[in-house]
Design a protein around this ligand. Sequence first.
Ligand SMILES: Cc1cc2nc3c(=O)[nH]c(=O)nc-3n(C[C@H](O)[C@H](O)[C@H](O)COP(=O)(O)OP(=O)(O)OC[C@H]3O[C@@H](n4cnc5c(N)ncnc54)[C@H](O)[C@@H]3O)c2cc1C
Length: 331
Amino acid sequence: MPAGGEARVTRAVVVGAGIAGASVAYFLGRLGWAVTVVDAGEHAASHVPSALVNPVRGQSGGVDARAVAGMAATWALVAEVEAAGLSVPHGRTGILRPLPDDRARARFERKLPADLPHRWLDRAEWPAELEGDWAHALLLPDGGWVAGPALCAALVVLAGTEVVRSRAETITDTAVTLSDGQRLTADVVVTCGGSVGSTWAGETGTHRMGSMLRLDRAVTARPLSFGAYLAPDGAGGTLGGTFETPSPVWEPPRLPLASLRWLLGKGEALADLRGVGVRGVWTGSRLSGLRCGRRPDGVWELTGLSSKGFLLGPLLARELSHEIGRPSRGQ
Ligand SMILES: Cc1cc2nc3c(=O)[nH]c(=O)nc-3n(C[C@H](O)[C@H](O)[C@H](O)COP(=O)(O)OP(=O)(O)OC[C@H]3O[C@@H](n4cnc5c(N)ncnc54)[C@H](O)[C@@H]3O)c2cc1C
């Protein structure tokens, strides 16, 4: 016990309240840590209005080795949040991946692991809204979509963490100094700054921007994904993806007209968009190059989730938190 006989509060400071930071805060809270989250409140990629929980990636058909476990962890977390009475718009509807030709199907088939539930749909089973000249349709029944901002916010509320709305200027293994000079000391510091945080920290990397058009209705109940994706978002629908040329640093959000044209073309190839209105646009940037663990300077980190934030973020956050372990009382 410290002088005075009071129990010492073992505090963890987590920088970033995106899906990585919010999940870490939640799991550390469950382990008994008093958690403070420092978040600048801007440019979170996790505020993507509708994120796919998608085990089969992009147009390559690659499947992450942790995809099955990742999906289970994300859905378990959503279920825990909802069981606690907080609402997170989501759909465990499955995801449909239309493919343009036999070569694409062969490429996907080669990479589909035996333990990943999937089914090639007969044409008669294709949903009415699937447009265009597709050759095959792969159903991934355990996938789905989740509203990013609602999940992140709910995790922070549920963790009962103190949230400090500020930018962390310096981050060490025992303290975080904020832009107003305030210093938060901690037993454990975890940094989860994503794309913008990496650039604020002076690093270079692979950052990729993308945009989501917010639609006045969900064109499809089950997300459709190839090139771009169409999905519900709780308030209507979304059409988007990450498609801009990669850049070495985070860049301010923008949607070039040429990208808008490209995106509409991808959307129209997926479904009939006639009569659908646009409510707004959301643009974000994701960072590639997963880093999960303890850095040589003692700071813990979870970042570089690329396009798999909602597929792997909760799983990796849970594992990282268990690696950090329970706080030791009465030091
Ligand atoms: C258009 C688009 C579509 C996407 N679609 C999907 C999808 O369908 N499925 C999927 O799984 N993933 C998708 N992603 C990727 C996903 O959004 C990211 O993998 C994930 O959100 C990254 O989460 P994060 O917590 O690491 O970072 P972020 O969500 O970017 O959060 C970082 C937070 O930390 C804060 N921060 C950073 N540095 C500091 C600091 N020094 N001090 C204080 N605060 C700081 C930031 O302000 C921010 O709030 C998409 C990304 C984009 C851009």
